[in-house]
Write a protein that binds this ligand. Structure first.
Ligand code: AMP
Ligand code: ZN
Length: 114
């Protein structure tokens, strides 16, 4: 997807702080962090949002969750607590239409989210 910022980052056409990468996913620092730890876990495959995922993506999405968990442990936020979330649609605050999960931690997380 040429107009997609995350596809550009994955293809190394746009710089980003990459903290993890394997064949299927990439994790980057959010450019506008909302917590001391704010990473984006992004599949390399362009899927616009969770609503566009199909059963074909089951393994990929499971892998993405386990990668997120591993990164949370590496950052040592698994004991203090962290939040892993995806926004679907503009009404929920989605601004980049390439599915990604926010991994937020390093400060108290309030509920309900705004
Ligand atoms: P969302 O609003 O849920 O779609 O999340 C998109 C996130 O991507 C926001 O938290 C932005 O700060 C972040 N973002 C946008 N552009 C970049 C970029 N070039 N590098 C890193 N993070 C970005
Ligand atoms: Zn994309």
């Amino acid at each position: 997807m040429p107009d997609c910022i995350f596809c550009q980052i994955i293809e190394r056409k746009t710089p980003s702080k990459i903290v993890f990468e394997d064949e299927q996913v990439m994790a980057i620092e959010d450019i506008n962090p909302q917590a001391p730890v704010h990473l984006l876990i992004v599949p390399k495959k362009h899927i616009a949002s969770l609503d566009d995922a199909t059963p074909q993506e089951q393994t990929l999405l499971g892998h993405l969750l386990l990668v997120s968990k591993n990164i949370a442990r590496e950052r040592k936020i698994h004991t203090s607590g962290y939040r892993l979330l995806t926004n679907h649609g503009r009404g929920a605050g989605q601004s980049v239409f390439h599915i990604h999960f926010h991994l937020l931690g390093g400060r108290p997380m309030h509920w309900p989210p705004g």
